[in-house]
Design a protein around this ligand. Structure first.
Ligand code: AIR
Ligand code: ASP
Length: 290
């Protein structure tokens, strides 16, 4: 699939996405692959249609977050599998928020899956595949300079806002937001002011979402634990968000690319409103000039 875009300069290829140089200065094109990986890349597969659904879901959620004032790297959706995003300097942390115990929290602490936490718990992991993304604390973050106290305060504040907003959004469509992972980046403004920007994606690849009535898992855990019907789970989330027609995009058990191509417009209202500014007029200096 990606071969048709070979003329473009590839900036970075990750496990589920590819970044290409963007169409304007200070931008990248974020391409969503159908590849899935789990357990630090030990388990791999291709899930036909995943890229299309994640692109739609993430575009929609990022747009909603922008509209409540959370700055994100998302600029606009370009096509089925691609979106235009701002270039940011990656902060090498995975910020996980947990509302209900699941996954590694249960393993690490022996808590029963499904335990409702009395308050959301934020955890930080260092983004480093070779080390399996280890859990780190604030002191590690400051000591090794991955973020400074001002940046971390901003990250935590934005993370709580995202959690509050997403809890409401998903509750409204009968889904429980169990946990999710965010990534942030730095962007410098015209006067060299620093912005902390939500980056990466928000999709069933990095959120645990359970049906509110049955607790059925609809997210990437279906792939991680071989529960089957992975794409059906993702599609269900997209359907409830109103991003896919009720008839769905799966025919005869297979994801129908042709049907998906028909769904052009996603959520570009904000992008239309907000003239695309030439971002990064001055290229970022080395970490905050410190
Ligand atoms: N996550 C963490 N690293 C990669 C991802 N996608 C997400 C998971 C889950 C949450 O962070 O998808 O929603 C917590 O993951 P875990 O494995 O620490 O329980
Ligand atoms: N995507 C990550 C990996 O490949 C982690 C996960 O989602 O389980 O390891």
């Amino acid at each position: 699939m990606a071969s048709m875009f070979n003329r473009r300069k590839m900036i970075y290829e990750g496990k589920a996405k590819i970044l290409y140089e963007g169409t304007e200065p200070g931008t990248y094109i974020q391409y969503f692959k159908d590849d899935a990986s789990a357990f630090n890349g030990q388990k791999k597969a291709t899930i036909a249609g995943k890229g299309v659904l994640n692109n739609r879901i993430s575009s929609h959620i990022m747009t909603k977050l922008e509209s409540i004032g959370v700055p994100t790297h998302f600029l606009r959706s370009l096509n089925m599998r691609e979106q235009l995003v701002r270039q940011v300097e990656v902060i090498p942390l995975e910020v996980v928020v947990r509302n209900i115990a699941a996954g590694s929290m249960c393993k690490r602490l022996g808590v029963k899956e499904g335990t409702i936490l009395p308050n959301p718990v934020i955890e930080f992991y260092l983004k480093k595949d070779e080390l399996g993304d280890p859990l780190v604390n604030e002191q590690h973050i400051f000591t090794f300079g991955w973020a400074d106290p001002f940046e971390l305060e901003e990250i935590i504040g934005q993370t709580y806002r995202v959690n509050d907003y997403l809890n409401g959004l998903f509750a409204g469509i009968g889904l429980r937001l169990v946990d999710f992972k965010l990534e942030f980046g730095r962007l410098w403004g015209e006067y060299d002011e620093l912005y902390i920007i939500l980056a990466d994606e928000i999709s069933p690849d990095n959120c645990r979402l359970w049906d509110a009535k049955t607790n059925e898992k609809l997210d990437k855990d279906r792939f991680r634990h071989d529960l089957g019907n992975v794409i059906e789970g993702y599609q269900e989330i997209a359907k409830r968000l109103g991003l896919v027609p009720q008839g769905g995009l799966i025919s005869d058990g297979a994801f129908d690319e042709k049907l998906a191509e028909g769904l052009e417009e996603i959520d570009n209202e904000l992008a239309r409103e907000r003239r695309l500014r030439a971002v990064n007029k001055t290229p970022p200096k080395s970490p905050r000039g410190v």
